[in-house]
Design a protein around this ligand. Sequence first.
Ligand SMILES: Cc1ncc(COP(=O)(O)O)c(C=O)c1O
Length: 398
Amino acid sequence: MMKTSVRASRMEPSATLAVVNKAKALKYEGKPVISFGAGEPDFDSPAAAASCAESAIKEGKTHYTQSNGILELREAVASYYSDRFGLDYPADQVIIGPGAKPLIYGSLASLVDPEDEVLVFSPAWVSYVEQIRLLDGRASIVDTVTTGNVPLASKVAEAVTPRTVGMLINTPNNPTGAVYGEETLREIAEIALEHDLWIINDEIYERLVYGNSTHLNIATLVPEVADRTIQINGVSKAFAMTGWRIGYALAPKWLSPKIGAIQGHLTSNACTIAQWASLGALKGAEEDVVRMRDEFARRRAIITDLLKEMPLVSFSEPQGAFYVFLNVAGALGGLFNGKKLEDDATFCEALLETEYVAAVPGTAFLAPGHIRLSYANSEAEIREGMARLKRFLGSIEV
Ligand SMILES: Cc1ncc(COP(=O)(O)O)c(C=O)c1O
């Protein structure tokens, strides 16, 4: 028998996609599935994006572009960063890629050697750890569950070893919805400076913050870290453009050619039509971004109000993104239909199979005993889904 590589065999498939796939299969069988699993807005992509894509096709803009992306889009991203964060990047330090995900990989691949350690704050997005592993690096996990979903400086500093080369931060956070405040970011920046670490700043959810929270960029706050920080962003979440696959990285001068070179060998360039669509979005869809954000804010209020009424579960109020990270530890070990709910995975399985409600197990985010609910659903679905969850919780014998 042929063998697969060690690298491939030790990789875990995406648990988020596993839930989405199972929910889709049940839906296909005609079951009334409500999915809180997907990590994407349910809105249509902005009209400005669609019309620019159409024009690109009609005008024959359907060939390779520069591997780092069309200059027009790189310039638009650079001016967005300058206007929004007061950070000035020349267009040649902006790399447009096929989604934020491959740009995080390209950044890591430019920075991580085998056995190098990268700090990851858990709960964390699934792909960080797998990408670090793909590079034979090691993720040093710093738990934030016990510290309100934000990293505590003393714990972060404790996790640094001579092999630590950098850290990944993600605010607003997937899966917790936490938004890091000024003090946290200053402390993290200080640790990076003291130990000579780079920072990958994944701020893909930066436009989605609610209530009194504000999103802050670590390099705006502490300009000394700008030269060791890679900004990761894109159109996927804020513009409801997940399927167009366009992300951007803004990197220091010493690093951007490396990320660009890796991308050049892997993908040549991100889809040309989608690049033009993203330019259309950045230039003409600001109103859509605000409208969608406001709608998420409304849904956040609805889902959190409903969750507060439920037995056996608890959560920290999410401040950003579109997720609630629910602690279900109080239900685990309990009996449902005579079957023991061993862990968050069996909890999600029983919830999906009996109430047709899909959620992602917290284990997928390195946080067992939790489930992630995405509220990128209609109000009617949120209300019905939460009624089912409540019924489910009510019938667990603890
Ligand atoms: C924290 C985080 N970073 C990056 C991404 C990837 O974004 P993209 O779809 O642009 O690759 C996601 C998508 O779920 C995410 O949640």
